[in-house]
Design a protein around this ligand. Structure first.
Ligand code: CA2
Length: 146
């Protein structure tokens, strides 16, 4: 079985650390990837990272990682709240899927309170900032018995 975790990022997450630091902090996307890689290495796993601002590209990438990765960590950005094609793609993935949000979306605007990805995720971690990504990797290792 594959030892690779797919880390998928949705729209605007490439801008992390540059703006809206009061909400998302100063950690950059590259910092998050390094955190996830370090955590994954501790469980004998590696990471394949993909970010897109386009829903269809993320759907395509889920189709790719269905054949190459054992698990998915996904922060879908705003697509989490309305991206039904991403929901459908994730539903086809057979391994664990952990949804992560840096902020606690339940404490924010009402339109952020629902995630259409949650019903197809094994679990969701939100509001813990970058630490949520580390927890997601540990959860995957546990779910895969690594
Ligand atoms: O809290 C999260 O991780 C979110 O998934 C982040 C998304 C947001 O749409 C979700 O509701 C919650 C947005 C990420 C955009 O990040 C930016 C960073 C810097 C400047 C602009 C946007």
């Amino acid at each position: 079985m594959s030892n690779v975790i797919a880390l998928l990022h949705g729209p605007n997450l490439n801008l992390l650390g540059q703006r809206e630091v009061d909400i998302y902090g100063t950690t950059t996307e590259a910092d998050l990837l390094a955190l996830v890689e370090k955590g994954a290495a501790g469980h004998g796993m590696t990471v394949e990272f993909f970010q897109s601002n386009h829903e269809g590209e993320l759907v395509d990438q889920v189709h790719v990682v269905r054949h190459t990765c054992a698990a998915i960590v996904i922060n879908g950005g705003a697509l989490s709240h309305y991206g039904w094609s991403l929901h459908d793609a994730l539903a086809t993935f057979e391994g664990p899927v952990i949804e992560v949000h840096l902020s606690n979306t339940s404490k924010r605007e009402p339109w952020r309170h629902t995630s259409v990805l949650t019903p197809v995720a094994s679990g969701t971690i939100m509001g813990l900032g970058p630490h949520g990504y580390e927890l997601a990797v540990d959860a995957i290792a546990r779910l895969l018995n690594k």
